[in-house]
Design a protein around this ligand. Sequence first.
Ligand code: FES
Length: 107
Amino acid sequence: MSQPQGWVEAGEIGDIEEEDVIRFDYGERTFAVYRTSDDKYYVTEGLCTHEKVHLSGGLVMGHIIECPKHNGRFDFTTGQVKKIPPCINIQTYPVQIKAGKILVKVD
Ligand code: FES
């Protein structure tokens, strides 16, 4: 299925458990795709801004992703740092669900 310009398919809705996160790689870039317990989907850049660890290895709690390395936290709906050591927010990306696919606007 071809997507509108700038949108790419990051997987299917069933690929992620509720309140969980998966990694999505696109070209040279890496992202984290989140599903909340109320069945909403969000996407952020994939690496922690502290030491470039994959956030997909972390823990989702509500709207928070906790980095697996030093337990820094971000709100993945806004990208804001919620607990140090990271001090730089993560970037977020627009998401839409279409015919069971998770679409992300990557640029
Ligand atoms: S690498 Fe994420 S908190 Fe340090």
